[in-house]
Design a protein around this ligand. Sequence first.
Ligand code: PHE
Length: 361
Amino acid sequence: MSRQGELDKLQQEALAAIEQAADERALDEVRVRFLGKKGLLTQQMKGLGQLAPEQRKEMGQALNVAKQTLQQAIEARRAELQRAALEKKLAEERIDVTLPARPEAQGVVHPVSHVWEEVVEIFADLGFSVAEGPHIETDWYNFEALNIPPEHPARQEHDTFYFHPREDGERKVLRTHTSPVQIHTMETQAPPIRIIAPGRTFRCDSDQTHTPMFHQVEALVIDRDIHMGHLKWTLEEFCKAFFETDTVQMRFRASHFPFTEPSMEVDINCTWEGGQVKVGEGDDWLEILGSGMVHPNVLKAGGLNPDEWQGYAFGIGIDRLAMLKYGIPDLRAFFESDLRWLRHYGFAALQVPTLSGGLSA
Ligand code: PHE
């Protein structure tokens, strides 16, 4: 076979191999086999020197053409392979955005948030709206307006976090209860008033049932003829709805708060079996809230005439409610951000409590 014939054959062989290369790696092997340092075509180029000058010229040109042909074929095939690989990847990794969200959501709702929502849901159903107040309070809102003058012994019970005094002597506090929202509400809303105020509260105290930051929900109802019967009925309705049982019994115990007169603490019945508390059964009692008829001095501080308006108020510990309803033993764990704890006691995101659908379902 003539040299040209051999070259043609080699080129056919190379073009076929290029065409058959299934991926970039195979293609590269083909390139090395024909065009690499020791490649078949390269060897022929090296052999040119042994040819007669005329043949050398002719063969040299033919080899260069063959080399270019192969290089172009390789580049074309490479581009083709790359495009195919990309298309495959796109097809495989395609996301159908119309598919429903994956059920295994990562985040969970903290029990305090969940109980907060449950409480809001129950009172919203009873016609209450939600009010708010600042965490940093003046002495007036946290104490004085609530009938707690500076020398009052109740101040000691509050374990207050005080800020450094300002130049004018004023000393702000982190609110020790949600009751200051009573005053803010009386100042901004004309009666009749029917609000709840869930929120954070702060006291310098820490043990198994106390944390320096905790949550309360305040309730305030003011109208012309509000009496204790309204308070009692509302609390009964709340307890039945919250603990999801009709059998829960309540005990109203005479107590004392400076901002209510008369004042009652409310206990619910429960049993303690195996260290686990069950609400609505047995004849042990557990305190859950403080309440009473709004003191005339508090109405006055809020700008209302006590001869015209009267009302009731109560304050419930939200964290305490969560512990009772969901059998969570240690309050401190609520705020340690331990993921195992959160996954165990947390609620599915998007699981919004509703009275019709079940609060805790
Ligand atoms: N503020 C009281 C507390 O923190 C609770 C309370 C609120 C009592 C409203 C009576 C009326 O203990």
